[in-house]
Design a protein around this ligand. Structure first.
Ligand SMILES: Cc1cc2nc3c(=O)[nH]c(=O)nc-3n(C[C@H](O)[C@H](O)[C@H](O)COP(=O)(O)OP(=O)(O)OC[C@H]3O[C@@H](n4cnc5c(N)ncnc54)[C@H](O)[C@@H]3O)c2cc1C
Length: 459
């Protein structure tokens, strides 16, 4: 008789129900992680403050800094001269996934932090609810200024190594330029370094023989760079769909390869776009597709095949991950063995800013002792259960951190444990409405009037 496996994790809500039931028991375990005599300080009623390093000043790092600066000494390290992460449109970033014509794919009333709306004027006449990247960067700058986060920021400071020390503390080394190296010890580290910086190029037999141009979505800048070309776009999630639509008015033909159900609907109004299954090989100047068809004379191949997680500042033995799946994380938030090592922003298929804030509030509550964390063996059991359940599903590793429908239960779970209020009224229904809007208008959802998202008007 086969082994009974636990319920699937993340992919359907039931897991989070399972988790809720479980954590009630586990949380009776002693609080085993407070650094340096914190327990006795708290028992005496003293305010205890930790020295915390945050790596990255994108939306996740700013969300974490906002909550953690309320109780702790925080330093935010940002390798670039500006804040905002992917939205900063920096010319100096080695990999910049946001291209010139990009507009948000989430309406801004839904995308914003719950208590910090975009301004009404961010919805200009041409871009409506889905503005361009500069509006998001300006929003994040306003957020940082409003919560006085710039005082904690070390700009142009790249964290090079993070090493564990006794008592769950951390040695952080960073460099300001090639000649200025510094180091300090912190009680905790929060990794907010983003996961859109290492492009993934799936193996494609024969591609080294292709003499045309090969780029990744991260290198794409503008549709008119492809004037008159025959372009092959591989990948049909958000970036693939956007690029096909941006290139179509300029290219002679686009061959769009992928396996998403939405491809036909998203390109129905574009006569020069031809949908195909995934690419399988390049041979003798021909690309072959999994459906048996093929195409020749391609000028440019664009990989819209996603990005990998990377943590170059850790030694290989600290974090068990393969770029798509990080095995050691409890609740996708803290290292199961080292609860002073936290991560904000690991889950995907989410509404990022509110979820970053929910994670940050959980972390802030944890590190000021508001609730009792499951002990180490319970955290490791959680990690193992999740891994086994995922492996039983036989899904690709890249879906390990996808939340999708489960994100609401995830946020509610974190906020409840942190003793914080849950999502505002109307947020979940607004999120479902936005999802429906996107499915109904697959190709041009940004330019269709959207039903009012009622949980909060812009200020
Ligand atoms: C093409 C595209 C479109 C998107 N559209 C939307 C959208 O419409 N709405 C939405 O909500 N989300 C969207 N997202 C998701 C977006 O990534 C998140 O909204 C969010 O901005 C991610 O923030 P982050 O802080 O996790 O990562 P990032 O924005 O990547 O920030 C990480 C920061 O860490 C810094 N850093 C990294 N390593 C180090 C180091 N060693 N030392 C110091 N600093 C370091 C980086 O310089 C960067 O500033 C989109 C993403 C992409 C790629």
């Amino acid at each position: 008789m086969g082994r009974t496996l636990p319920k699937p994790l993340y992919l359907d809500d039931p897991f989070w129900t399972t988790l809720s039931g479980r954590s009630k028991l586990l949380c009776q375990a002693p609080y085993d992680m407070m650094p340096r005599g914190t327990m006795s300080e708290m028992a005496k009623g003293h305010e205890f403050s930790m020295d915390i390093a945050i790596i990255g000043a994108g939306a996740a790092g700013l969300a974490a800094a906002r909550r953690l600066t309320e109780h702790h000494n925080v330093t935010v390290f940002e390798s670039l001269p500006e804040i905002g992460g992917v939205w900063a449109c920096s010319q100096t970033a080695p990999c910049q996934p946001i291209y010139d014509e990009l507009r948000t794919n989430i309406p801004i009333d839904l995308m914003a932090f719950w208590d910090f709306p975009f301004r009404a004027q961010d919805k200009d006449r041409s871009t409506g609810d889905f503005p361009r990247a500069d509006a998001v960067q300006a929003y994040l700058r306003r957020f940082a200024e409003h919560f006085n986060l710039l005082d904690f920021l070390q700009r142009e400071s790249r964290v090079m190594t993070v090493e564990p020390l006794p008592m769950d503390r951390w040695q952080v080394r960073w460099e300001k330029d090639a000649s200025t190296r510094k180091e300090a010890v912190f009680d905790a580290v929060v990794v907010c370094s983003g996961h859109y910086h290492r492009p993934v190029f799936p193996t494609l037999p024969g591609i080294d023989q292709f003499s045309g141009r090969v780029i990744h979505a991260a290198d794409f800048r503008s549709g008119d760079d492809h004037l008159g070309e025959r372009v092959l776009v591989w990948g049909a999630h958000a970036s693939g769909t956007d690029l096909v639509r941006l290139i179509a008015p300029h290219a002679a033909s686009i061959f769009w390869s992928g396996h998403a159900d939405t491809m036909t609907a998203a390109s129905a109004d574009l006569p020069n776009v031809h949908c195909h299954a995934d690419i399988t090989a390049y041979h003798g100047s021909t690309f072959s597709f999994a459906d048996g068809e093929d195409v020749r004379e391609i000028d440019t191949l664009i990989y819209c095949t996603g990005y990998a997680y990377e943590f170059p500042f850790f030694s290989a033995d600290l974090l068990n991950h393969n770029g798509e799946r990080i095995d050691d994380l409890y609740l996708d938030l803290i290292h199961a063995e080292c609860p002073t090592l936290a991560f904000i922003g690991i889950p995907s298929l989410i509404i990022p800013f509110p979820l970053f804030d929910a994670q940050s509030r959980w972390l802030s509550a944890l590190w000021r002792g508001t609730f009792t964390l499951a002990d180490q063996s319970a955290r490791q059991a959680w990690v193992q259960t999740r891994r086994q359940a995922f492996e039983a599903l036989d899904k690709p590793d890249r879906s390990f951190h996808r939340l999708g429908e489960a994100q609401m239960a995830y946020m509610r779970q974190l906020l409840a444990q942190a003793g914080e209020p849950g999502p505002p009224d109307g947020f979940e229904s607004a999120s479902r409405a936005a999802q429906r809007h996107r499915l109904e208008h697959a190709g041009n959802f940004r330019d269709q009037p959207i039903a009012r998202l009622s949980h909060r008007p812009p200020s």
